[in-house]
Design a protein around this ligand. Structure first.
Ligand code: TYM
Length: 334
């Protein structure tokens, strides 16, 4: 079997980027024969950015309800909250001890923080926590704990999966073949979904379209997407337009081709946005209804998460950590 694994950080409300970059491809992969899937809520990761406990909890509930509304079947896939599997943090330490510090220096999130500091004339590491620096090691532990083969993600996460391969290789080299080398699965059509302002859709840029925004709010947000000032009738550049990029993420090849032609023919921005809104809403509306029903029963979601974690620990995490403790020379807890 092929093991497919992916997680979402519980730092905010899930958005269209999370859906097209991770949730939709992950659920499509999990429907294939011979696939065993692991989908989880990365709440340890959330602490790197969020210090408001209520927000972490709210986001955990929202992201869990989102997975379920999008079709995740907890009887067929492993579905859990990262912090309910504390073996994750123990494995993080074992990997930390083989992870090259120089490699971590090159991680995008850390480098971006250093670059900002340099521009502001500050110390390189001003305001940078060790948590941010270690982020890729924690993420590697998520993946290696279940020896995942494939990790469906948006392009922004590819570097982290390459790091997981590197740490796995180093560990295997020193202690024997314990880990499978994971591979990132990126849908090139939507590798980076743009947000309202044309930059990558991201909680950090405050430019997101919430996946389950009510229909009216979705419409308002879509009409607020930034475009160039070309008038109706003027040919428009499809590839360079966020309206087109977003449309393509929700449309078939034939619909996308027709939309590209409409751009060449000078479609008005208002009309292009109307079509985009309708296209997104058609796909999302049925799931939005399920989401609203699910989120009304947090206790059911909570029970599912706990049950998932308990089972996945017993089946995989606990025995793996036993083997790893033995391999590195720590006492057997079993
Ligand atoms: P996070 O929570 O930032 O994003 C979750 C997933 O959504 C994808 N994504 C996007 N894809 C396309 N376009 C966008 N604009 C966009 N924005 C977000 C991300 O690429 C990601 O796949 N560290 C991870 C969570 C994580 C994880 C893991 C993922 C923790 N452990 C292990 C995979 C395997 C993160 O912060 O993703």
């Amino acid at each position: 079997t092929t093991r497919v694994l992916t997680g979402i950080t519980t730092s905010g409300t899930p958005h269209l980027g999370n859906y097209v970059g991770a949730i939709r491809p992950a659920l499509a992969a999990s429907a294939r024969d011979g696939v065993e899937s692991f989908f989880f809520l990365a709440d340890y990761h959330a602490l790197i950015k969020v210090t408001d406990p209520a927000r972490v909890q709210r986001s955990t509930l929202e992201i869990a309800a989102t997975w379920l509304a999008c079709g995740l079947d907890p009887d067929r896939v492993w579905f859990y909250r990262q912090s309910d599997v504390p073996e994750t943090t123990e494995l993080t330490w074992l990997l930390t001890c083989v992870a090259g510090k120089g490699l971590l220096n090159r991680a995008h999130a850390y480098k971006a923080a250093v670059d900002r500091n340099r521009e502001a004339g500050e110390d390189d590491d001003a305001g940078v926590t060790a948590g941010l620096f270690m982020y890729p090691v924690l993420m590697s532990a998520d993946i290696l704990l279940f020896n995942a083969h494939q990790v469906p993600v948006g392009r922004d996460q590819v570097q982290h999966i390459e790091m997981a391969r590197d740490f796995a290789q180093r560990f295997n080299h020193v202690y024997g073949a314990h880990f499978t080398l994971p591979e990132a699965i990126v849908d090139e059509q939507v590798a980076t979904l743009p947000g309202l302002d044309g930059r990558k859709m991201s909680k950090s840029y405050d430019n997101t379209i919430p996946l389950f925004a009510p229909r009216r709010q979705l419409e308002k947000l879509v009409y607020g997407i930034v475009t160039d000032s070309r008038a109706p009738g003027e040919p428009k550049d499809a590839e360079g337009s966020n309206v087109f990029q977003l449309y393509r993420a929700f449309a078939s090849d034939a619909e996308t081709a027709a939309f590209r032609q409409a751009f060449a023919d000078g479609i008005a921005w208002g009309e292009a946005k109307r079509q985009l809104f309708e296209r997104i809403d058609v796909e999302i509306a049925p799931m939005r209804e399920k989401y609203e029903a699910l989120i009304a029963h947090p206790e059911r979601i909570e029970a599912q998460l706990r049950d998932g974690a308990q089972r996945v620990r017993a089946r995989y995490a606990t025995p793996l950590l036993q083997a790893l403790r033995d391999a590195v020379g720590l006492r057997d807890l079993g």
